[in-house]
Design a protein around this ligand. Structure first.
Ligand code: FCB
Length: 445
């Protein structure tokens, strides 16, 4: 039976600036925290960096032509803050703006709607030297950056996302240290402080975007994972609530409900420092919530009572991607329904979903990725079921348009539906690209 998606469903693909652009020293771009992190021995696989990446900075016309051929209606991209403000704040670099001007015009010429994320992790290093997201003033610099970008592009860009994945910006970058700037604080206190700065930046930027970009839609992108108990024991079920509070509600509740989960705040005792009026700034009306989903979370009780996190369980014998992430499409359905019931968003977009697979070019010159085709098929099916159950899901952006720099994993993990030969920069559409092309064309699965 064929599953029909709504007529105006937004089929898209997603990427991010540092992962594809390259040209890190060109046209006056400043240093980002990812340049510094990648240059620090031992931080990324093989010492890989985004210095060249997919060379999209120069090859964007070719990449957009491929998107046109794919048939997507929308493209989610991010702007690199250090291209716009090489010193993080103050002086605006017109050459940086000019690049995004060209990019947006090329997309519109090809009838592809740009969905623009302002912050997909490439903070100017100079701001990190001043405390980064642990420094409350960074929220004002972010608002200034949002102002300049939306003044420049707001006549043509009508879909904005402030931040990509606050959990990664805060927890993975200031707690676990696996992402730039590589700070470690297992107590979750610094990540909590970072969350508050990020969210003040979000709250300050939303009205600015609305003022500069007439009739635009504004949202934020949260990575969420539905949480399950390992067994039916009381302890394991209590662990579900604990995990959900820290990985999902800590990030969703402030922006969507105007509050932090009390039980996490209590454990943190005193951080973040919430000044009068902060929660009102943070709690802005949003037109949509973007959800990135890659896996579920399974937990058990009996963890460290001082930790905000319970014990994560690795499900045995599960089907897994190259990231070692469990493949569990039902988790996407459960998550979409939960967000619908708990937060009542006007609109949900899946702003990222996809998988890394061990792709190789075969002697016939193609890349056959049947496991990615199945992954996408099964997740589209779960999304369709959620739509039929009432979720206001209006779009789906596959991560990623093309293989790219996968952060600490460098170029070792391939998430693209287009293969990139990093030696020659040749793009080869994979079988999953052709599968997706068919879904978009028919509007059904
Ligand atoms: C998400 C990121 C994205 C990409 C995918 C695989 O966490 O937003 O940049 O790396 O994971």
């Amino acid at each position: 039976m064929s599953l029909k998606f709504p007529d105006n469903f937004v089929w898209g693909v997603a990427t991010a600036s540092y992962q594809i652009e390259g040209a890190t020293d060109e046209d006056g771009r400043g240093e980002s925290i990812w340049d510094r992190f990648a240059a620090t021995p031992g931080k990324t696989h093989n010492g890989d960096s985004g210095a060249v990446a997919d060379d999209h900075y120069h090859r964007y016309p070719e990449d957009i032509a491929l998107m046109k051929d794919l048939g997507v209606k929308a493209y989610r991209l991010s702007v690199a803050w250090p291209r716009i403000f090489p010193e993080g704040k103050g002086r605006v670099n017109e050459l940086g703006i000019a690049f995004y001007d060209r990019l947006i015009d090329e997309l519109l010429k090809n009838d592809i709607t740009p969905y623009v994320t302002l912050y997909h992790w490439d903070l100017p290093q100079i701001l990190e030297d001043d405390g980064g997201w642990l420094n409350r003033a960074t929220s004002d610099y972010f608002a200034d950056y949002a102002d300049i970008v939306s003044r420049a592009l707001g006549d043509r860009v009508k879909h904005w996302m402030t931040f990509n994945e606050p959990l990664c910006i805060c927890w993975i970058s200031y707690g676990e240290g696996r992402h730039a700037p590589g700070k470690v604080d297992p107590s979750f206190r610094d990540p909590a402080i970072a969350t508050h700065t990020v969210y003040l930046g979000h709250g300050k930027a939303v009205p600015i975007l609305r003022a500069n970009s007439k009739d635009c839609k504004v949202g934020i992108v949260l990575n969420m994972s539905h949480v399950y108990a390992n067994t039916s024991s009381d302890e394991d079920r209590a662990a579900v609530l604990q995990q959900d509070a820290v990985i999902n509600r800590w990030f969703a509740d402030p922006v969507l409900k105007g509050e932090y989960p009390q039980e996490v705040l209590r454990k943190l005792g005193g951080v973040p420092k919430i000044e009068p009026g902060d929660m009102e700034i943070i709690h802005q009306p949003l037109d949509f919530v973007g959800i990135n989903n890659y896996f579920r979370s399974v937990v058990q009780g009996g963890g460290d009572p001082n930790s905000v996190f319970p014990i994560e369980v690795r499900v045995p014998n599960a089907d897994r991607t190259e990231m070692d992430w469990e493949i569990y499409p039902q988790g996407l359905y459960d998550l979409l329904m939960r967000v619908t019931y708990d937060y009542h968003p006007k609109e949900i977009l899946i702003t990222e979903n996809g998988c890394a697979m061990p792709d190789q070019v075969t002697p016939d010159g193609n890349v056959h990725d049947p496991r990615r085709v199945k992954y996408l098929h099964d997740h589209f099916e779960a999304a369709h079921r959620a739509i039929m159950a009432g979720a206001p899901l209006n779009g789906y952006f596959v991560w990623s348009m093309m293989d790219n720099f996968e952060w600490a994993y460098g170029y070792a993990k391939r998430f693209g539906i287009t293969y990139v030969d990093y030696e020659t920069q040749k793009r080869i559409p994979k079988d999953s690209y052709h599968f997706y092309q068919g879904v978009i064309k028919s509007g059904s699965l």
